[in-house]
Ligand binder design. Structure first.
Ligand code: ATP
Ligand code: MG
Length: 386
């Protein structure tokens, strides 16, 4: 019996005249995500993308990959049959018998896109439902809260399937420009990248590396996080910026209470330079109001003031627990909690100011040769293509 995968998308349908552009982009991203799979055919009609693998044993691994493709709202594994109630009912009773035997309530949901089909949806439900009841005496119909939903769809062919699998949602990668993610090894910034990426934004990442104060293992951890993110965004370059010299100079020459904020202003300025060169529209960070001293409202204003590019902080209103929940879902959590230090934690002041005055922090930063330090860092940057 042939199985195929039906993919549905959501917001793209609202795009009016531009809809085909988004559809093409989604199909292109799906092809890329499945390029290592067995040979398959893809086509789309009526807001559904049909994926037909040549070899049925690939279905499960295809579904796993599709779960990461932004723009997909739901995925179903369907059996294709004739546009014939006898045929479709046989497929159901043969292939879904395990699920139907294990439940006590069910419902048939019929959808008839082919309006020429001789039965209307309520009739299809009644007919197919009746036959299922004959075969499985353990079942009763519950239209409000059934344990199993059996879907029958009459399109250009007939299809039957059980419940939908949730997709990642969002917009297809590449449909909304590019942004530069400031990627540390922590829990927050990979989640921030995921959230902006989900809206169709391509990402590149920048990481500030303070060797030997932070180790190669810390760098590997960041690259590992980047490779997990790439599973969602399709591509990802990581720019590794040498940051030791700047941090040492800040430590030696700036007042202790401003260490962190001067460092954060440097990070933003360097990130902006590289982002501009790489054609990005915005910077993305994992900051959230009040999480640490450098993320109070006053501190965020001082950081923001260092750049002219918009800075997107998708976690701004989230609690740590909510962020952790997403990081578990997207599979970055276990890597993020590996205990390698970040450059931010190496030179942490004992008493950071939580209500910094912008002018005073700028005065502290200007004790250094800011332009030269930024240029050297940009020139020393290495790029890793994930
Ligand atoms: P995270 O969990 O993302 O590390 P955090 O709560 O530890 O965040 P900070 O260390 O203050 O907070 O960093 C705030 C944000 O600054 C991070 O979310 C990230 O976007 C950026 N950032 C911090 N350290 C680095 C780094 N070494 N390289 C690149 N970006 C960084
Ligand atoms: Mg951090």
């Amino acid at each position: 019996m042939k199985r195929l995968i039906l993919v549905r998308y959501g917001e793209i349908i609202l795009k009016g005249m531009n809809r085909p552009v988004f559809e093409n982009m989604l199909v292109k991203n799906i092809r890329k995500a499945l390029e290592d799979e067995c040979p398959l055919k893809i086509h789309w009609a009526q807001a559904t993308i049909y994926i037909e693998p040549e070899d049925d044993s690939c279905v499960e691994s295809i579904v796993e990959k599709l779960k990461k493709v932004f723009g997909i709202v739901s995925i179903v594994v369907a059996y294709q049959g004739k546009k014939d109630i006898d045929d479709l009912t046989n497929i159901i009773t043969e292939n879904f018998s395990k699920e139907l035997k294990g439940a006590s309530t069910f419902k048939v949901v019929a959808k008839r896109s082919d309006k020429k089909f001789h039965m209307q949806s309520p009739e299809i439900c009644q007919e197919v439902g009746g036959r299922i009841l004959e075969k499985f005496p353990n079942l009763t119909v519950d239209v409000k809260n059934p344990e199993v939903n059996v879907y029958v769809e009459i399109r250009e062919e007939g299809y039957v399937h059980l419940d939908r699998i949730n997709g990642a949602g969002g917009m297809p990668s590449g449909s909304n420009g590019k942004a530069m993610l400031l990627l540390s090894g922590g829990i927050d910034s990979p989640v921030a990248g995921y959230m902006i990426g989900k809206r169709g934004v391509c990402l590149e990442a920048i990481h500030f590396f303070s060797y030997p104060y932070t180790s190669d293992r810390a760098k590997d951890k960041v690259l590992k996080l980047a490779s997990i993110l790439k599973g969602y965004t399709g591509t990802l370059k990581v720019h590794i910026v040498p940051f030791t010299d700047i941090q040492l100079q800040i430590r030696d020459k700036c007042p202790e209470e401003h260490l962190t904020l001067v460092m954060r202003r440097f990070m933003m300025e360097i990130a902006q330079r590289i982002a501009e060169k790489r054609g990005c529209y915005a910077l993305v960070t994992g900051e959230s109001i009040g999480q640490v001293a450098s993320q109070t409202m006053a501190a965020l204003c001082v950081t923001d003031d260092a750049v002219t590019m918009p800075v997107f902080r998708p976690l701004i209103g989230m609690d740590k627990e909510e962020i952790v929940e997403i990081s578990r879902k997207i599979d970055t959590f276990e890597t993020s909690i590996l205990p390698y230090e970040d450059c931010c934690t190496v030179f942490t002041p004992r008493h950071p100011s939580t209500k910094p005055k912008k002018e005073k922090v700028i005065l502290s930063q200007n004790l250094l040769d800011v332009e030269r330090l930024i240029q050297e860092a940009v020139e020393g940057t290495e790029t890793v293509d994930m």
